[in-house]
Design a protein around this ligand. Sequence first.
Ligand SMILES: Cc1cc2nc3c(=O)[nH]c(=O)nc-3n(C[C@H](O)[C@H](O)[C@H](O)COP(=O)(O)OP(=O)(O)OC[C@H]3O[C@@H](n4cnc5c(N)ncnc54)[C@H](O)[C@@H]3O)c2cc1C
Length: 473
Amino acid sequence: MSAIRTPQTLPPVSRSVDELGSSFRGELLRATSPGYDAARRVWNGSIDRRPAYIARCTGVADVVAAVRFARERDLEIAVRGGGHNVAGTAVCDDGLVVDLSPMRAVWVDPAGRTAWVQGGALWSDVDHETQAHGLATTGGIIGHTGVAGLTLGGGIGFLMRKHGLTVDNLLAAEVVTADGSVVRASADEHPDLFWALRGGGGNFGIVTSFRFALHPVGPTVIAGPIFWAAEDTRDVLRFYREFAGAASDELGSVIRLGTVPPLPVIPEELHWRPALAVICCHAGAVDEGERAVRALRRFGTPLVDLLAPSSYAAFQGGMDDTVPHGWHYYWKATNLAGLSDDVIDVIADQAYTAGSPRSYAAIFHMGGAVARVPHDATAYAGRDAAHNMSIDGVWLPHESSDHAAAETTWARAFLHALEPHRAGVYVNFLDADDDAGRVREAYGDHIHRRLAEVKAKYDPDNAFHHNKNIRPD
Ligand SMILES: Cc1cc2nc3c(=O)[nH]c(=O)nc-3n(C[C@H](O)[C@H](O)[C@H](O)COP(=O)(O)OP(=O)(O)OC[C@H]3O[C@@H](n4cnc5c(N)ncnc54)[C@H](O)[C@@H]3O)c2cc1C
């Protein structure tokens, strides 16, 4: 790793572009370049890093040139897909960011039911293009999340119980490795790399495009949230445990605990009221979906029921405004083996004690097709978890450090209270510093060891370490 250099001691921008040479067609930004501050910002507004270079790549050749440029100068490398990871690993201080955000194209083959997706695309890009053909693949529940980081960590979402994790739908990837080579990884080409990419994160190279399997979905599906008052949490969760446990694979659901978000579709008098929501998406026919959610809709006295026939693409973007870019976020996460009465008590006791009405917890219902893939078929390790949970402390950019401390303390205390019930963790939900030691927990010893072997083959110098790092064996 290079010694820390200040922007003043680095060569002027024109010479740097010359150094990159004619092989780089994108934009190379320095601290003095117009657009530098916008380009170094990521989703989590609490991340404030100042890279020496941001290489905004327009294609594979640019990524190769940027990697070689950084390696020759021993610059630290960060890789940016959607820039959405809560830990902010997409940007580093002093080094070079390989920024794929200009590379957002999606090419759909409707007859073959596959799509190639570039490494800087967002899930809203994928849903938009695939739904034009009535197709979709498992992606994140927020449209402005990046495809690359999400896929490389596993990929959980509403379609997973029917169609598997995002990585279960990955057919091939084009990868720029640490020495600047371009390789194709699939079941037939570099199968060890292909295995590692399906859960092992950004440790093995820079993925410039992904090829996904697609499935018929919608375009109209039964989807949306039902909200109940916070006081009903224990009863709703006990009912949900039976309801979700008996649900068909078509029914994906996520529980959100916090307050009612101030979305235009929700009556204003309910905004910010402490509440939990069960958000469903049924990946089948509308009449079957209506039958599948009937019992949930009849349970208790909802504050508001927004479960209805919806456009799948619009539903996928429906919660985007609840977690905008620029707010400050701090996460804790765990997987759960189930929603026992004890777990439900902890959740009901902790979920509404945050200081900010924006803080929330989310619980994804796993199982179905996710659990039917053999444990070591991919590097995603949490296939037997019943739920993946994230506890998300949120505060506003202008709020004081007291607010930051309060939401951080809340998230930590919530996780601490769940300690006896923890069952692994989803690597993509890990936050920065105090989660650094949890990477092994996310993989377990066996998968972690195998990942370290693949790392040693494809990135022996650990050039790609600004991530949830796996060291070469
Ligand atoms: C509000 C919110 C909602 C979320 N919802 C979900 C969800 O529904 N399902 C889910 O599974 N996850 C979800 N996540 C977690 C998400 O999977 C991770 O944050 C993921 O890292 C985002 O990907 P990105 O490309 O935007 O990441 P970035 O921040 O751009 O990158 C994170 C890391 O990924 C690696 N990386 C990025 N691009 C590449 C590339 N092209 N090649 C190689 N490595 C790369 C790098 O190591 C980088 O440090 C959510 C996150 C947030 C903040």
